[in-house]
Ligand binder design. Structure first.
Ligand code: G6P
Length: 610
């Protein structure tokens, strides 16, 4: 959940580390810090509460100079956001450490180290690790071995980077359950939680496996596995040609990412569909085997990815005729389940590092689910490496905490997957063609919706001074309503709830009055007449409706109903198109309210802790 970055180089590392932190802020941003080993081999440290920019300001006045350093941007788990809890943590004045993840047994270790005479200055679990390594160092006299001995005692998930002033030419890093990548340079090497942090300095990366410990020097990288055996990890090149960690002409990453959707949806379908059919082989060599005899699909995800799973359930049951269950990972992993025979286990995750989703996947494998399919956006992520089959979305790096292009590309990938599965279950060829043709129309239709941006911005003014809102949808548009409500609440802090429109009269109708705007998505499908009756129920109670409707759906603007006409779309692909105006609506409301659109309070992009 936090971001870590480290560098050892011929040149001064402060600038590299600060830029790395800026690019990792999506992982947490309540405090930031850096430790550098200077020319005199002493550890110099700077830490600030708030965003990386605050740290950068302080460092401008008091730069840290040195060729070896580690840095961290934090999302608080143990201990409030404060300077003392900010990383790097130190043991004495020789050792500094940055950590991402959680040490579950830190309380007992803390007591033990206190008894040994170590003093604690923070409430974090990380400081325990710093002292534990330093304690080992006093007897072993070597950083690598001291780290190895320390992690043998840790329970939890972590990625660590450690420096010691007695060994000023290298850093030691390790991972267990949290992501860590090594960036390979010439005369310099780097580490980070995400390759994105290092794109200004390299495009060559090595991914550590669970349990690996690596020594990183400016001209060498040595990796030992869990058993202490020297291992080689393949060097791969960063795949997304363009560096997406740049806002370009846009005011916010979120807006840029909303606008990228026509292109990335196209990229996600490219190579996987012909004009009329799905290319099953393009889903992977194992696809055919995996899709045969699937009797049930179990989808697991969190947040926005969970909403994508909810949409996919409608598709999988309608087109493939296969029963499908969807559950949030944090619930699934802590209950007993009945495993139906021949269940395909499907995890959806933008980052591929969400702790709950990964835990559910690992559990499912142990429990004997038939096979695991991952839908993911980050090459080399844990989900990608641990799934039997992977369909990569081609969204490119998503920086805004509120997920937008990841969602619509997940849906695109899920629909292609559904068609492949449906073919194994007797979907007629003409039906497949009809839907593939609809998929091809998506980039254009999403562009048409983006053209309504100005009108949506105008509409957003009606939400500015509201405290509550309701989102309604029916059928596969219900998850779209959920996603719309999630977007609004996370970036504008307006309370937003989503309901299946048919449930309105069972409770939420009691809330409806002129202060509670009601947002509805109304594509022209076989539920539209029923939806219109629900809209009347709202209107009759003085509610103000904002309806995004297909021009053929026959929803007319009247007193209390604002209608924005959307292009006519195939009912199957409608959830993808109808999500986009809701993204724009939330964006504009947040901008009007002046909130931090890309980094909303209390949230983080990638939740790698439980
Ligand atoms: C966080 C993010 C959400 C995201 C969710 C799941 O809550 O803020 O945008 O949907 O995690 O993340 P994943 O990477 O697994 O899709």
């Amino acid at each position: 959940m936090c971001g870590i970055v480290g560098a050892v180089s011929e040149r001064d590392v402060q600038g590299i580390l600060l830029e790395g932190l800026r690019r990792l802020e999506y992982r947490g941003y309540d405090s930031a810090g850096m430790a550098v080993i200077g020319g005199d081999h002493s550890v110099q440290r700077a830490r600030e509460v708030g965003k990386v920019a605050s740290l950068a300001d302080v460092m401008k006045a008091n730069p840290l100079s040195g060729h070896l350093g580690i840095a961290h941007t934090r999302w608080a788990t143990h201990g409030e956001p404060s300077q003392v809890n900010a990383h790097p943590h130190m043991s004495g004045n020789r050792l500094a450490i940055v950590h991402n993840g959680i040490i579950e047994n830190y309380q007992e270790l803390r007591q033990e180290l206190r008894d040994d005479g170590f003093e604690f200055t923070s409430q974090t679990d990380t400081e325990v690790v710093a002292h534990l390594i330093e304690k080992n160092y006093r007897t072993l006299g070597n950083l690598h071995d001291s780290v190895r001995a320390a992690i043998a005692r840790l329970r939890g998930a972590y990625a660590l980077a450690v420096v010691h002033s007695d060994e000023p030419d290298h850093l030691v890093v390790c991972r267990e359950g949290s992501p860590l990548v090594i960036g390979v340079g010439i005369g310099e090497n780097f580490i980070a939680s995400d390759q994105l942090a290092l794109l200004p300095v390299t495009d060559r990366f090595m991914f550590l496996e669970e349990g690996d410990i690596a020594d990183i020097r400016k001209d060498s990288v040595t990796i030992l596995d869990r058993e202490g055996q020297a291992v080689e990890r393949e060097v791969t090149r960063f795949e997304h040609g363009a560096d997406s960690a740049d806002k370009g002409e846009y005011r916010h990453f979120m807006l840029k990412e909303i606008y990228e959707q026509p292109r990335v949806i196209k990229a996600t379908m490219e190579g996987r569909v012909t004009k009329t059919r799905v290319l099953e082989q393009a889903l992977g060599t194992e696809a055919e085997n995996l899709l045969d005899n699937v009797r049930h699909v179990q989808i697991i995800a969190c947040g926005t990815s969970y909403h994508a799973g909810m949409v996919a359930r409608y598709w999988i049951e309608e087109l493939a005729g296969v029963p499908c269950s969807v559950e949030v990972a944090s619930e699934f992993r802590y209950r007993k389940h009945v495993i139906q025979q021949d269940t395909l286990f499907l995890c959806i995750s933008q980052s591929g590092e969400t702790a709950d989703t990964l835990a559910a996947l690992r559990q499912a494998k142990k429990a004997g689910f038939r096979a695991a399919l991952g839908i993911c956006n980050v090459p080399g992520s844990s989900l990608v490496r641990e799934s039997d089959l992977v369909i990569m979305t081609q969204a490119g790096p998503e920086i805004g905490v509120a997920s937008t292009k990841a969602f619509t590309t997940q849906l695109t990938a899920l629909l292609i997957f559904t068609l492949a599965l449906a073919r194994h279950n007797g979907l007629p060829e003409e039906k497949e063609t009809e839907i593939v043709e609809a998929i091809h129309r998506l980039p254009g239709q999403v562009s048409d919706v983006l053209a309504l941006d100005g009108e949506i911005a105008e509409m957003s003014k009606a939400f500015m001074d509201k405290n509550h809102s309701l989102f309604l949808g029916r059928g596969s548009q219900f998850p779209v309503a959920l996603e719309g409500a999630l977007k609004l609440k996370e970036i504008s802090y307006i309370h937003a709830e989503a309901y299946p429109a048919g449930e309105l009269k069972h409770g939420p109708l009691a809330l409806v009055d002129s202060e509670m705007p009601v947002v509805t998505v109304a594509p022209n499908n076989d539920l539209v007449e029923k939806l219109k009756s629900n809209l009347e129920e709202v209107r009759a109670r003085g509610g103000e409706l904002f309806v995004f409707a297909d021009k053929l759906a026959g929803v007319k603007p009247e007193e209390g109903i604002h209608v924005m006409q959307l292009p006519s779309v195939h009912p199957i692909t409608a959830p993808i198109v109808y999500t986009v105006p809701l993204q724009l609506l939330s964006y504009h409301v947040a901008v009007l309210k002046g909130t931090d659109v890309d980094q909303p309070r209390n949230l983080a992009k990638s939740v790698t802790v439980e």
